[in-house]
Design a protein around this ligand. Sequence first.
Ligand code: HEC
Ligand code: HEC
Length: 178
Amino acid sequence: MRYPTLSPLLRRRRAGAAFLVLASLVQGGSALAGDHRRMPVDPLPEYVQECGACHVAYPPALLPAASWRRQMEGLDKHYRSDASLEPALVARIDRWLAQNAGEGRRAAEAPPADRITRSARFERKHRGIEPAVWRLPSVKSPAQCAACHAGAERGEFDDEDLRLPAGLNARQRRAWND
Ligand code: HEC
Ligand code: HEC
């Protein structure tokens, strides 16, 4: 009796498929291990509640500790609004932000006005978006991440999890499709 043998071509294909699986495992693993920019799994409830009232509670890793410290020191004049809290609460949130702030080379410099939306990374990731889009009533400003990122409340900003704010024309939509 003849045993079926794999043709060389099929064998090569199999090896190729195994390689792809391996490569995606490695990639997936490093994305999980290396992505410190998401919201920590167990965020401080006071932070989520108090700092998520007017915009989403931003993942602390998106700003360096110095920027968060300045935010917390100036809450009475917070981007022209009053976000003051009682001192004990400020201290608790401040400590948590310092522990979870961005680190390393990427967070070495505080962005202008301590804004995530003025950081080089934010500008790079959004360079395909026309300026008029930020001012649409359905968006209001770049700081309103949830207008376009369905997972923003959970601190997730993957490309695959975008939503289309109302009022985009066909050309403006292109930034969402590629
Ligand atoms: C009363 C409403 C309000 C509360 C409460 C509030 N903020 Fe804000 N925050 C604002 C406004 C308004 C802006 C400016 C948004 C814009 O430019 O569209 C802002 C902007 C920010 C930005 C910069 C966003 C950017 O452009 O990158 C950070 C960071 C921030 N807030 C952190 C906090 C933290 C931390 C707390 C909790 C201690 C907090 N906010 C609570 C109203 C608020
Ligand atoms: C007007 C809509 C809009 C707003 C508001 C917005 N984004 Fe985005 N964002 C996008 C789009 C569209 C992309 C995908 C761009 C691309 O891939 O070319 C994107 C991409 C990103 C990426 C890269 C994702 C990846 O997988 O590489 C990050 C991170 C991100 N946004 C974070 C934020 C944060 C944080 C905020 C709020 C401070 C925010 N965005 C506000 C539309 C928006």
